[in-house]
Design a protein around this ligand. Structure first.
Ligand SMILES: Nc1nc2c(c(=O)[nH]1)N[C@H]1C(S)=C(S)[C@@H](COP(=O)(O)O)O[C@H]1N2
Ligand SMILES: [Mo]
Length: 302
């Protein structure tokens, strides 16, 4: 039996947050036994037992350029995003293309908790207790056709709610992709919540990808389109600067970014002096994923 975040989070913080959430819900809903935004997920053996970052850290230090390039911009600006109604267009080489709701793809009774390390290419990291379903379960629902070799993802573009999109910071929409075997790997999830509540907007509401052995930029937020293809899909950071950001983007302490080392990382919240730690190959998920890249030169396929 694996631990849930409530078991690995110091009790005082957990209780504190609980009473805060209950209070917020009571305010919002008059008198609710459970907050309207509460979710829960089955514990998973794929979770790390490292201590998660706090809810405050996870929701106040973000990369989500649609809302600005500063780490605090998403927390400031993403509240304006309308996440309901929401639909995800799934198409390409699938048996059942169409428009799916978040509940179709990630029914609440199928949610699992996955406590994962997140390693940004900028060399900071966190531990986040996601709630979600395996991407494989979603792809199996829509039926992957034999010719499908890659999965392409796109984020919403809605300039009136996204101040970052009003500027030419990136070539919108934000796009990412995975090889089909990476997409079907049990560690790869579509997350709809964290810390037992629906996904905060700044973390990619209502549904985002999480691929824990790859640099954070692969984990695309606020997804509106998923396409199965036979060609390597466009990926935003690779298009932006392909000498610095590759399609694979597997966490690799031995392959430096052209402008900085990837050998170590700063764990957010770990304190001024104790915060730097060694980066692990595949972000510590090598036992599970190294076989996907057997025979590949990981320095070339960065
Ligand atoms: N659509 C979109 N997805 C995105 C990004 C973004 O700017 N836009 N930033 C990426 C980067 S660089 C990282 S490190 C993670 C950060 O996720 P978090 O803010 O939930 O920690 O989201 C990724 N997904
Ligand atoms: Mo990142």
């Amino acid at each position: 039996m694996k631990l849930n975040w409530s078991d690995v989070t110091p009790k005082a913080i957990y209780l504190n947050r609980r009473s805060f959430m209950a209070g917020a819900a009571a305010l919002a809903a008059g008198s609710a036994a459970m907050p309207a935004f509460a979710l829960s997920g089955k514990a998973s053996p794929l979770s790390t037992d490292e201590e998660p970052n706090t809810f405050e850290e996870i929701t106040n230090y973000n990369n989500f350029y649609e809302f600005g390039t500063g780490k605090e911009d998403p927390a400031r600006n993403a509240g304006a995003l309308t996440t309901d109604p929401w639909s995800v267009e799934i198409g390409g080489l699938v048996d059942k293309p169409g428009s799916y709701s978040v509940a179709d793809l990630a029914p609440e009774n199928e949610l699992e908790e996955r406590i994962y390390r997140l390693r940004c290419v900028e060399a900071w990291s966190m531990v986040i207790p996601w709630l979600g379903v395996s991407l494989a379960s979603v792809l199996n629902k829509v039926g992957v056709q034999p010719g499908a070799k890659f999965v392409a993802f796109e984020t919403l573009v809605r300039p009136e709610e996204m101040p970052g999109v009003q500027r030419a910071i990136l070539d919108w929409p934000y796009r990412e992709g995975l090889r089909i075997d990476e997409a079907m790997h049990p560690l790869t999830i579509l997350a709809t919540g964290l810390y037992d509540q629906v996904m905060p907007n700044q973390n990619g509401a209502p549904i985002r990808l999480v691929v824990p052995w790859k640099y954070g930029f692969k984990s695309i937020k606020s997804i509106v389109k998923i396409t199965l293809t036979d060609q390597e899909p466009a990926a935003t950071w690779k298009m932006m600067q392909s000498s610095e950001y590759g399609f694979y983007a597997n966490v690799n302490p031995n392959v430096s970014h052209p402008r900085w080392s990837q050998a170590t990382e700063r764990r957010i919240g770990a304190g001024l002096f104790g915060g730097r730690q060694d980066t692990l190959m595949f972000n510590g998920y090598g036992d599970q994923v190294a076989s996907l890249y057997e025979g590949m030169d990981l320095a070339k396929n960065y």
